[in-house]
Design a protein around this ligand. Structure first.
Ligand SMILES: C=C1C[C@]23C[C@@]1(O)CC[C@H]2[C@@]12CC[C@H](O)[C@@](C)(C(=O)O1)[C@H]2[C@@H]3C(=O)O
Ligand SMILES: O=C(O)CCC(=O)C(=O)O
Ligand SMILES: [Fe+2]
Length: 299
């Protein structure tokens, strides 16, 4: 899978652009989502449905689309199975009667799971090999730089149930370790190509009524080496309801989130910026800002 990614990202810009712009699926360069977020990366975002993969493969890998589809399908099958096993262990650990409470959502044949390949080139060569002046620009303006590095993919939490991330041996991923005063510190996650970084998503936070937290994370672009990460985002079907499980609601831990469908959550997430705390819109009984009420009513 990494080889397929490297082969695609090494194509000339005009060839890669045939698979874009990402809407949200497909090839994207620097732009993330629809609301003005950007970063020092290029990416391929794919739905994990085999029919969707084989259609995209014809544009992404004209040389050998069948091989590309096979590699992606095989990878998705293996990581989905791993995600399900992890979710089943988590369900057991929580003492849930039904160990498939979480995994059944991503085993669903209509699961909305995604796979993403992110390529963070060294310096500023993203999607345009002509730009190589060491400055990070988009539409002529400088991209916000974090202290000590260029932001490859800005701060966010993953919206789905569980994400499994694997990268080449180049560092860049960081997680936000929050303190109780609303502050936090960015902690680097050292690259390990022989391991997966497992991230709880917003939907699992809601299902567990906040027992598991979807940790905020970001990726820094490395100035000297090219970084490639591959992420499987295990998601429910669009029609699936996400509700805190009854076992997770106790007098000490009252219900924290409303019930919502994955389609409703997706609609909310695509109308918001990357760094927005989307789950806040679905809090059960907290005072919600008036503009948030209007927003929820509109979705
Ligand atoms: C700015 C955005 C990009 C994103 C959709 C969103 O509106 C907010 C969440 C973003 C995110 C972050 C995790 C994953 O990379 C992603 C595929 C997802 O499901 O939510 C991206 C979305 C995207 O790039 O389309
Ligand atoms: O590429 C990475 O290491 C992180 C990217 C990420 O968090 C994402 O695509 O959601
Ligand atoms: Fe992420």
């Amino acid at each position: 899978m990494e080889d397929e990614g490297e082969e695609f990202f090494s194509l000339p810009t005009h060839e890669k652009q045939k698979a874009g712009p990402a809407s949200p699926l497909g090839y994207g360069s620097r732009n993330i989502g629809f609301n003005g977020d950007s970063g020092e990366l290029e990416y391929l975002l794919l739905h994990t449905n085999p029919v969707s993969i084989s259609q995209r493969a014809k544009i992404i890998c004209r040389k050998d689309p069948i091989k590309f589809s096979c590699v992606v399908n095989e990878y998705v099958g293996a990581v989905r199975q791993l995600a399900c096993e992890i979710l089943e262990m988590l369900a057991e650990g929580l003492g849930l009667g039904e160990k498939g409470s979480f995994s059944r959502l991503i085993r669903d044949t209509e699961s909305d799971s995604l796979v993403r390949l992110n390529h963070y080139p060294p310096n500023s060569t993203t999607g345009n090999n002509d730009i190589n002046d060491g400055l990070s620009r988009r539409n002529g303006s400088k991209i916000k730089e974090g202290k000590g590095g260029r932001i490859g993919f800005g701060e966010h939490s993953d919206p789905q149930i569980l994400s499994l991330l694997r990268s080449n041996d180049v560092d860049g991923l960081q997680i936000l370790s929050s303190d109780h005063h609303g502050g936090g510190v960015w902690v680097p996650v050292p690259a390990d190509p022989a391991a997966f970084f497992v991230n709880v998503g917003d939907a699992l936070q809601a299902l567990t009524n906040g027992r598991f937290i979807s940790v905020r994370h970001r990726a820094m672009a490395n100035s000297y080496s090219s970084r490639l990460s591959i992420i499987f985002f295990g998601a429910p079907a669009l029609r699936a309801w996400i509700s805190p499980l009854p076992e997770m609601i106790t007098p000490e831990t009252p219900r924290r989130y409303k019930s919502f469908t994955w389609a409703e959550y997706k609609k909310a997430m695509y109308s918001l910026r990357l760094g927005h705390n989307r789950l806040d819109l679905f809090h059960a009984d907290e005072e919600v800002e008036e503009e948030d009420v209007d927003f929820i009513k509109s979705i």
